[in-house]
Every structure is written in structure tokens, then in C-alpha cells.
Design a binder for this molecule. Structure first.
Ligand code: SF4
Length: 481
């Protein structure tokens, strides 16, 4: 993923920018950057945050970040923001993006005699590519349309100019942007909880495809919204912060509803419900209410030094960290039948290790309940570490086993009422090594979010694909020309 924060104030913006950006730290683990505009002078600082927190790296820098307008990013991919001097003037841009057609777009820029100066993980920096596509436009609105027209994947962005901050949300709204106000000051962010302690109130959500200019005197629209939305359902399931709202729907509340629905329908006998912390907690509290059994903390996260689970870069270290930061509470677990709630199962390796730890701590029976349906498809739209290629997913590997090494009949495995689905869940249960395993259905997930199914991306679960290459979207893109 990655997360963005921007602020336009009547006073120096450094403090708001520092804390507002820091509140997006759960969305990225590689790089962070801030840029301010001080009456036309752009300031920029970028650091590697793989081994240290944003606050540790940026505390000293913020004294140099002069100006009343600034943007910041916690990036899971490239070093950003990128500062560009162009026919549009000097600007800084940061993005939450996944660009699947990088080589094609690099070629397009090179043919137009543009050049790349930044490298990211040995290749072209995606945010620089976005900056070059913007500069191909007559003005910023035209440049952003150019980005929407060309990028296959998704891009939301903040552009810091001399006149204010342009906030442009991905054409299908896969990732969110929300606008806040505090008296005469404005902010824009990926995560609305970043406003709470800074005193901003949410005043509106940037719509899919929409671009707005946030200046010292208010907000104006520079591109109208598209009429389609495919906001990522995983914001509510896992990677959104619990206190955040997307389309005015709170992440923690959705997690609670997912647990409530599971608890009401579950006939398992258990002494209490617990959570795989932290992302299973909201669901476990809902499950407790739905099932009418207590919620207890049978396993705890060692919070003084560990934050979120997809911190390290390689899978081996991620598994080690996942194991090290969770501590079972033997006295709470011993001899009990326990339901454990978790957000999702991706590869299944971490959960299998955690389950071994639980049995090793004396639990009698472990029942795993998952807030979303099985992940059958990798994500092509976000740089989201939890959604990998299809064959890394445990559900997909189990289907392959059941189908004798050939993937076919996927439709039947997506439908929670079929015998194929039941066989897949049983296979996953055996791999994880637990007494029982259940997933919420896609209908339950969509009901808990509360948006119409066609407005939410559920591609991970059902393969439905409303991407930028679909005929409808090509038509919309043509209309942009
Ligand atoms: S495929 Fe999954 S992770 Fe990717 S945007 Fe859709 S719901 Fe989100």
C-alpha cells in the first residue's frame, strides 16, 4: 500500500505534516518523504524507514520544512515525493499506486524525449513515471487525465503546487482520499483517523477519478468524478486503521459486524473467543456478542517494539517476526476450547505456526474463524503485501491439490454453498492443523461494509475484475480524451 497526507494552513505546516504523515505508518514500511512549499521554494526530505520509525527519522528534518503547505507519504515502494520543474511550474508529487504496464509507459515517455532520473529498487520510480505523465498535459487537470488514461493498475496522488495541493483519487477509487477542515486550514489524507488529534473534521471524500485543488481560500474541483467505484474491500478487512472511515464507513464497525454475523451463525461449542492480534480483535468482539460467549485475550502482541505484521521485506523474516511478536497466555489457554478470529488467510504459513504455538500452550481445541472469504486470486490493483500471486495463496494451492494439479472449475470453489467449496475449506483446515475452520461468505462481507457489491472490489475472493482495461472503463477513458 502506501499512505498520503497533505495540509494547507495559514501558519507553518510542519507540525501538522509531521504527525499527519506519521499516522499513516501502518501503510508502508520502506520509504517516507515530506515536501513543503515555502512561497515557491520547495523543500524535500526522504528517508529509508525499513529499520526505524518515521518519527525517529524526521524529527530533526522538520525544522527545515518551512512553508504553509506540504505533502507527506509513507511508501511501501518507491522513494517519494518527486519534485519536478516543468512547463506546469515547479511541483512535488506523491502517489499510492500500482502500475502494471511500466515498460509500455516508460517507452511512451522516452519516445516523447522525456527522461528518468530516479531509480526505485533497480527500476524506474513509479512516482517519477506519474510525474512525467502529468507534465505531458496542457495543465494539471489534463496531466492527471493523462495518468488515468494510461496507467493499468491504480493511482491516487497529491500534487503540491504554488497554488495549493491537488488531490486526485484513483479513477476507480481503489484507494481513498478524504478532506478535512480546521477553521481556515485544510488537510487531505488516505486515512481519516489522522485528523482526530490534529483537530481537523472530515468534510468530504474525494470521489473516484475526481481531482480537487485545495488552496488557502478553499476547495475547487478541477476534474469531475467517474461514475464507477471499486474501492478495495481489504481496507475494512485488514489494512485500514480501525478508527478510520472510508466512504463514511468505519473500519472497526465493519470488523465487529463480520464477527457478529459469524458468531450468530456458528454452532461450535467453545469456552470463549479470542483474536489473533491486532487485526482479528474487532471481529472477535463482534463474535462474542453474536455467539454469547466471553471475549478473552489468549494470545497477546508484544506492543512496545512491534507494530504491524508485514514489516520485514522477505517472507522468511516476516514469518519470524510474526512468531516473535505474539505471546500466548498459558493460564488463559490451558485446557480450553477456544475460537480464534483472524482477518484473512493468505499463504497460511504464519497461521500454522501460531496454531502450533497455541496447542503447545495447552489449548484443547482451536477453532479458527476468518472475517472474509478464502483468497483465491492475487491482487493486480494495489501494492498490497498480503495479496500475492495466485499460486502463493493457500486456497489456490488446495484447489490445485483437489483438482489433481490442474486449476479448473474455479467458479464452484468461489461459491460457499457448493461441495467443492466445502472440500477446499477442509483441505485448508488440514494444512493449518486446527479442529475447525470457517470463513465468512462474500454476501456477509458486502452486507457488513454496506455498499452495493458493484461499488466494492472483491476480486481477491470472486475474481470479478473491473479493471482499467475493461470495455466500460475504456469507454470512460475515451470520454476523457
Ligand atoms: S483485489 Fe483484493 S486487495 Fe486488491 S483491490 Fe481488490 S479487494 Fe483490494
Amino acid at each position: 500500500m502506501s499512505g498520503l497526507f497533505g495540509v494547507v494552513t495559514k501558519n507553518p505546516c510542519a507540525t501538522d505534516l509531521f504527525y499527519g504523515t506519521d499516522y499513516h505508518s501502518h501503510l508502508g514500511t520502506r520509504r517516507a518523504g515530506v515536501s513543503t512549499n515555502d512561497n515557491g521554494t520547495m523543500h524535500l526530505n526522504i528517508h529509508n524507514i525499513q529499520n526505524s520509525y518515521f518519527r525517529t527519522k524526521f524529527t530533526d528534518d522538520m525544522r527545515e520544512m518551512l512553508g504553509n503547505m506540504g505533502i507527506g507519504v509513507i511508501s511501501d515502494t518507491d522513494p517519494q515525493p518527486i519534485v519536478v520543474n516543468s512547463h506546469l511550474g515547479r511541483f512535488a508529487v506523491c502517489t499510492v499506486s500500482k502500475i502494471n504496464n511500466m515498460p509500455e509507459l516508460e517507452q511512451l515517455c522516452l519516445e516523447k524525449r522525456q527522461q528518468f532520473t530516479e531509480l526505485s529498487m533497480g527500476g524506474t520510480n513509479p512516482t517519477e513515471l506519474v510525474a512525467l505523465l502529468i507534465t505531458q498535459g496542457q495543465d494539471f487537470a489534463d496531466g492527471i487525465r493523462n495518468v488515468y488514461r494510461h496507467v493499468k493498475g491504480s493511482v491516487s496522488m497529491l500534487i503540491l503546487t504554488d497554488n495549493g495541493i491537488i488531490a486526485a483519487r484513483d479513477f476507480l477509487g481503489r484507494t481513498p482520499l478524504v478532506v478535512g477542515r480546521r477553521d481556515t486550514d485544510y488537510a487531505v489524507a488516505s486515512e481519516s483517523h489522522s485528523y482526530i488529534n490534529l483537530g481537523f473534521q472530515t468534510i468530504r471524500y474525494v470521489a473516484p477519478g475526481e481531482a480537487i485543488l485545495i488552496g488557502p481560500n478553499g476547495i475547487s474541483q478541477i476534474l469531475p468524478p467517474s461514475d464507477k467505484m471499486q474501492i478495495c474491500s481489504f481496507l475494512w478487512i485488514y489494512y485500514g486503521y480501525p478508527a478510520a472511515q472510508y466512504e463514511d464507513i468505519n473500519a472497526e464497525e465493519v470488523r465487529y459486524q463480520l464477527g457478529l454475523a459469524m458468531g450468530q451463525a456458528d454452532d461450535v461449542e467453545a469456552d470463549y473467543v479470542s483474536a489473533i492480534p491486532d487485526s482479528g480483535i474487532g471481529m472477535a468482539i463482534g463474535y462474542s456478542a453474536g455467539k454469547g460467549i466471553p471475549y478473552k485475550r489468549g494470545i497477546l502482541k508484544y506492543t512496545p517494539t512491534w507494530s504491524r505484521s508485514f514489516m520485514p521485506v522477505n517472507q522468511e523474516s516476516r514469518n519470524l517476526v510474526a512468531r516473535m511478536k505474539l505471546i500466548p497466555s498459558r493460564k488463559v489457554l490451558e485446557g480450553k476450547d477456544v475460537v480464534f478470529c483472524d482477518d484473512s488467510i493468505v499463504r497460511g504459513t504464519q497461521l500454522r505456526d501460531q496454531v502450533k504455538m497455541l496447542y503447545g500452550s495447552g489449548v484443547r481445541r482451536v477453532h479458527i474463524r476468518i472475517s472474509c472469504p478464502p483468497l483465491i486470486h492475487g491482487c493486480s490493483f494495489l501494492n498490497f503485501s498480503a495479496s500475492k500471486t495466485d499460486m502463493e495463496l493457500i486456497a489456490r494451492r488446495c484447489i490445485e491439490e483437489l483438482e489433481g494439479g490442474v486449476i479448473r472449475n474455479l467458479e464452484a470453489y468461489r461459491d460457499s454453498t457448493t461441495k467443492e467449496y466445502a472440500a477446499m475449506v477442509e483441505k485448508i483446515r488440514q494444512h493449518i492443523g486446527v479442529d475447525s475452520l470457517k470463513f465468512n461468505s462474500l454476501d456477509t462481507l458486502c452486507n457488513a461494509i454496506g455498499l452495493p457489491k458493484q461499488k466494492v472490489c472483491t476480486h481477491c475472493f470472486d475474481g470479478s475484475s473491473f479493471d482499467i482495461t475493461s470495455p466500460d472503463i475504456n469507454q470512460l477513458a475515451l470520454e476523457l480524451k
